[in-house]
Design a protein around this ligand. Structure first.
Ligand code: TYD
Length: 197
């Protein structure tokens, strides 16, 4: 089972990805948790460049995220799934569709097209999209990297982008209101997965 978490910065995805990992491990499953960008040596280098590097064109940004993702899929995700582990990823292709495809204005299709090659066709069985109040998310996330410093307009574009993606891929993306306490939300997510794993 391959599950991804998505949402704006500060939506609480990382917490939920960890709580789901803990819940599955407690049930005796073998779980690999990854985060994007990062998770491999090249991915960490790309992460540093894209988050703390110079201003760059939208396509350069897309290509750096794609390079990190290609490594993660080839070296970590596919081997783990091949061994029979579950994989949970904190961000995946939908981040590029939302941030670069829609919010940066490249368009969903070209970014999806590139990414389908990059991930060798591997899309998640389920994607959990966490929807939060944008002001709360802004406070939670701070403004520590280049993308987080984009400000409220950009954050609103990303939020609307994710909602568009949820409408476009209703079988794969489950959108949940993330306002409730983390432990309650985690149980809701586990319940939603139960029918699938
Ligand atoms: P990170 O510090 O990991 O943020 P978060 O904890 O919110 O995931 O930084 C990831 C940033 O990179 C975040 O602002 C989203 C952005 N991003 C993209 O724009 N496109 C992508 O494909 C990915 C994976 C991330």
């Amino acid at each position: 089972m391959f599950v991804t978490f998505e949402g704006v910065d500060g939506s609480g995805k990382s917490t939920q990805a960890e709580l789901l990992r803990d819940a599955l491990v407690a049930e005796g499953r073998d779980v690999v948790l990854t985060r994007e960008p990062g998770g491999t040596e090249l991915g960490e280098a790309a992460r540093e460049l894209v988050l703390n590097g110079p201003e760059m064109s939208p396509w350069a940004e897309t290509a750096l995220f794609a390079a990190a993702r290609a490594e993660l899929v080839a070296r970590v995700i596919l081997p783990a799934l091949g061994r029979g582990s579950d994989v949970i990823s904190d961000r995946y292709v939908d981040s590029s569709l939302a941030y670069q495809g829609i919010a940066r204005g490249i368009g969903i299709e070209p970014v999806l097209d590139l990414n389908l090659h990059v991930v060798q066709g591997l899309m998640p069985d389920l994607t959990v999209l966490l929807l939060v109040d944008l002001e709360l998310a802004a406070v939670r996330s701070g403004a520590t990297d280049r993308l987080e410093r984009e400000g409220a307009d950009f954050r609103a574009r990303v939020d609307s982008a994710y909602r568009q993606l949820a409408a476009r891929f209703p079988e794969r993306i489950v959108a949940l209101d993330a306002a409730r306490p983390a432990d309650e939300l985690s149980e809701v997510i586990r319940e939603r997965l139960r029918s699938r794993i």
